[in-house]
Design a protein around this ligand. Sequence first.
Ligand code: ZN
Length: 306
Amino acid sequence: MVLFMATRIIELVEVGPRDGLQNEKQLVSTAEKLELIQRAIDAGARRIEATSFVNPKRVPQMADAEALCASLPQIDGVTFIGLVMNQRGAERAIGTGRIGQLGAVAVATDTFAMANQGQSSDDSIAIAHDIIKRANGVGLTSQVTIAASFGCPFEGEVAEDRIIGMAKRLADAVPVEVALADTIGVANPAHVVRLVTKVREAIHPLPVRVHFHNTRGTGLANVWAAIEAGAVTVDAALGGLGGCPFAPGANGNVASEDVVYMLQRAGIGTGMNLAKMIKASLWLSEIMGRKLPGMVAQAPPFPKVA
Ligand code: ZN
């Protein structure tokens, strides 16, 4: 498998503006979010999770979804994803006219599904199905993420067969891909290889996207394992922003610049400009008023630049 990697291209989805910021207590202004999005685009990002259309009382950081969308730049080849949990959210996202791709979420376990979006796991599959169909019906694209694919904060281990079954059912609605998310950062590379391989076979020809949090330090190893197992798209957030309310004190998403550094050094293309990503990460660190978990931005460049 590794032999083929030299020519491979892995797509990065920048999720910082939504998953990265969602659980930050400090409210980031719409203008700052727009600058984050612009910096990601300038660094090469072509799919960006811009915001979510959820209850602003539950997620105050995303209360400006419509205002943000109204100011999103229109650039050929750049797609903005709006995360939605139900039909109401889907209609809000569609109504902006600026969201090109709806992101739906199905949750692997009942307890987490109830806590996260007030649905049973099966209901979350049915609702995600409807969201995908609705997006496709109005000429948008759609993606779907299976949250807690590698473990649940309430129920513990999640059976692989459950995830494979969910992926198949979701694939029937024809999203652009199905993603496996390690929402609470408990995955390990061996588990990732197994599950990505099985899901890839189950949903072929649809591709697999992966979403990892570095809560326990396994984030980059999991990204590598997923790519070896055939995942083609990786979610990541500049600076490694993005804790989870169910994993207190947690590190965030895998850092976009760390993922790109690793892949670039391994000869795998991403189309991203690492120097610009590092600048964006350092800028974001200033906005957040603290050092962010991403590591590459804090280290000297390598190899040395003249
Ligand atoms: Zn996440």
